[in-house]
Design a protein around this ligand. Structure first.
Ligand SMILES: [Zn+2]
Length: 255
């Protein structure tokens, strides 16, 4: 009888004893740079090979509209290497992600960088200062911009087709050759120059401003940083492309 009671008690104990908490199933938040290749809805019906004006802005879409993903990935690899080298740290890149947007090209063109924010929100993609999204948006031509890279907010940058086409080796005319035109130096339109534009946008995501975004007594010269005259790459005045102060600020993002 006592034995039976003991067994019953042991059984009850096994069933109702306080249990250690389950290990958390939530993935640990990690920082990442996420390159996106975005195709606006209906892009295949857009005119290719001609300049399109929307208000003040000019756009140019070359062909093929659909770019091999591996080609885009391979094109941005040299930018990643440059960054690792100059920062002296390996940046946490996510693989290139292809997104078929539900927003049309005209919506993209009227909202610019804000549309990227909407796209990320719409897909419930993580949004914090831990994520930096870098979008190549087909049909967005020369648009290059970064926003929301202030502290505690996700960074967004859009590099548009100018960058994409040039670094993927699309023959001229491409967006870079048409939209940047004569007014810009030859290097700005080259694959090398466009690699620099991509790096510039990436660094905005890591909280780096243009030289005039620094306090007056800390401003780098425009010629010594990729955050200034990026098209001077690789010839920056006495630096590898970033001043020491900029390197330190970018490394802060890595934690
Ligand atoms: Zn900039």
């Amino acid at each position: 009888m006592v034995k039976l009671l003991q067994r019953l008690l042991a059984w009850f104990w096994a069933l109702f004893r306080p249990k250690p908490p389950l290990p958390s199933v939530l993935p640990k938040q990690t920082r990442s740079l996420v390159p996106l290749l975005i195709y606006p809805k209906g892009i295949e019906q857009e005119p290719v090979g001609e300049e399109v004006r929307v208000g003040e802005a000019r756009y140019f879409l070359s062909w093929p509209v659909e770019l091999p993903q591996e080609q885009v990935e391979a094109a941005i690899d040299p930018a990643k290497l440059w960054l690792d080298d100059v920062l002296g740290a390996e940046l946490p890149w996510a693989p290139l992600e292809r997104l078929d947007s539900k927003f049309t090209l005209s919506q993209w063109r009227s909202s610019g960088i804000e549309m990227l924010k909407r796209e990320v929100e719409d897909r419930s993609m993580p949004q914090s200062r831990d994520q930096v999204y870098l979008a190549f948006v087909r049909g967005m031509g020369g648009y290059a911009g970064g926003t929301g890279y202030q502290e505690f907010r996700a960074g967004y940058a859009m590099v548009g087709d100018v960058c994409l086409e040039a670094i993927c080796g699309l023959p001229e005319p491409n967006a870079a050759s048409v939209l940047l035109g004569e007014a810009w130096s030859d290097t700005s339109r080259s694959a090398q120059g466009q690699k620099a534009a991509f790096i510039h946008e990436t660094l905005h995501g890591l909280d780096l401003p243009h030289p005039d975004g620094w306090p007056a007594d800390e401003q780098p010269a425009w010629g010594e940083t990729i955050m200034g005259y990026w098209w001077n790459m690789p010839n920056f005045l006495g630096t590898a492309g970033l001043t020491e102060r900029e390197v330190q600020r970018a490394l802060r993002w890595l934690g």
